[in-house]
Design a protein around this ligand. Structure first.
Ligand code: BTN
Length: 252
């Protein structure tokens, strides 16, 4: 299938029935000089990857794609890209008559606590210069069942909607939102997106634990800052900011 492409996200377009990981294909294309906006889509991934070295279940019926980006920013500034792109994905989904999905910082798309999608941003950088970024996006679209361990934690847009969705239309809507957000982000950073992001954030005001670099912090989520970092208020009232990590709801 192919999306309707109006801007530069989606050109050139590469479709594969099966690949190991669209991120790996896009990285190779980027190394060979693919322009910003180049898109790799696969019907199925046999070696789909998630954050923290996890495998990403990618059967036919999902939306598995990777975009090549060449942002004019430092490697550190790319930390808010997954946060920004998760917002663009929820915007794309909002183009369909569906109950709204939420974002779970830093890179998850969730519905009623179950994961619907995720984003894996990988960098080609050297000596403080970003050569390219590959932004891999995975969305469980027309998937009707999951293997046993995932059934409790994952869901799909088809399950939410009660019917299959048009993936080309969804991809077009996500690409359009992503391109609009990204061009603003290149000029102004994440700050203009803070409020929108917080409105879609399933964690706001919730007591959480965040596991980051081997240590665990607890607190209440106050929101995100202008760099897309998660702001946590500790029980003693101090504010801490996190650039990455694994957030879980605190057990009462
Ligand atoms: C996560 O939630 O941990 C991130 C999941 C990212 C999955 C997408 S699917 C398209 C692209 N190719 C991959 O191998 N991973 C990303």
């Amino acid at each position: 299938f192919s999306p309707l492409v109006r801007g530069k996200f989606g050109r050139p377009y590469h479709f594969y029935p099966v690949v190991s990981s669209t991120n790996d294909v896009a990285k190779e294309l980027a190394r060979q000089g693919a322009p910003e906006g180049a898109l790799v889509v696969a019907e199925e991934q046999t070696g789909g990857r998630g954050r923290l070295g996890r495998a990403w279940h990618s059967p036919p019926g999902g939306l598995w794609f990777s975009l090549v980006l060449r942002p004019p920013v430092s490697p550190a500034a790319t930390q808010s890209l997954p946060v920004l792109l998760s917002l663009a994905v929820t915007d794309g989904v909002a183009a369909f008559p569906l109950p709204s999905v939420e974002v779970k910082w830093p890179n998850d798309i969730v519905y009623q606590g179950k994961k619907v999608g995720g984003i894996l941003v990988e960098l080609g950088a050297e000596a403080e210069a970003v050569h390219f970024v590959v932004a891999g996006i995975g969305l469980n679209v027309n998937i009707t069942s999951f293997p046993a361990p995932l059934e409790k934690t994952a869901t799909s847009l088809q399950k939410i909607a009660g019917e299959a969705l048009s993936r080309p239309q969804l991809l077009s809507a996500i690409l359009a939102a992503a391109e609009r957000y990204y061009s603003c982000w290149c000029r102004e950073g994440f700050a203009p997106f803070r409020e929108d992001y917080e409105r879609r954030l399933c964690l706001l005001g919730r007591e959480v634990e965040i596991c980051c670099g081997g240590s665990v912090a607890r607190g209440t989520v106050a929101g995100v800052d202008a760099e897309g970092r998660l702001v946590l208020v500790s029980p003693d009232g101090t504010k801490r900011r996190f650039v990455g990590g694994e957030v879980t709801f605190k057990q009462k």
